[in-house]
Write a protein that binds this ligand. Sequence first.
Ligand code: FMN
Length: 169
Amino acid sequence: MELLPEIARRRSVRRFHPEPVSRDILDRIVAAGWRAPSAKNRQAWRFIVVTEGVTRQKLQDAAFGQDYVGDAAAVIALCTTNVEYRMPNGQHSHPVDIGIAAAFMMIQAEHEGLGTCPITTYDEQEAKQILSVPHRMQVIMLLLVGKPAEEPELTERLPADRVIVYEHW
Ligand SMILES: Cc1cc2nc3c(=O)[nH]c(=O)nc-3n(C[C@H](O)[C@H](O)[C@H](O)COP(=O)(O)O)c2cc1C
């Protein structure tokens, strides 16, 4: 199958069937993140795959009760192990690195026929405590993964010619 149609049909899923996702599939999804590029190949990250119901429920509470968080078969916490490092362009690398890893995971999950939703609306201190994340590390994103129980409309995008240009701004 071509890749672009798979990317184009991805949409955020916020209703999940309760059934678990097999360990093999979860392994492939996180392997996609593990293979993702990072600034200077520093790989300053750790991905925590949470499948236990009690922990997912706690993360749901930390996510201000967004009630679909606990319904996802897995919540992958994408953490950085270094919040200080700046790239030569002066910007922090961790949001970029983690964003790319999350994108790779979402595409693999789509390929596996699963739904995902990236979540950044949560109390980060609480999430750290729940997952025993050391003080100096940060949970940058929670990625929900599960069997979709809905097929939401694709969200619109700005016209491509407003966003994509060649040669100059
Ligand atoms: C960095 C980031 C943070 C997001 N945080 C949340 C969130 O906290 N809760 C949520 O329901 N969706 C969240 N989303 C999903 C976006 O709302 C969604 O990707 C966007 O509306 C486009 O829709 P689509 O994913 O269906 O294409 C987030 C997405 C991104 C990329």
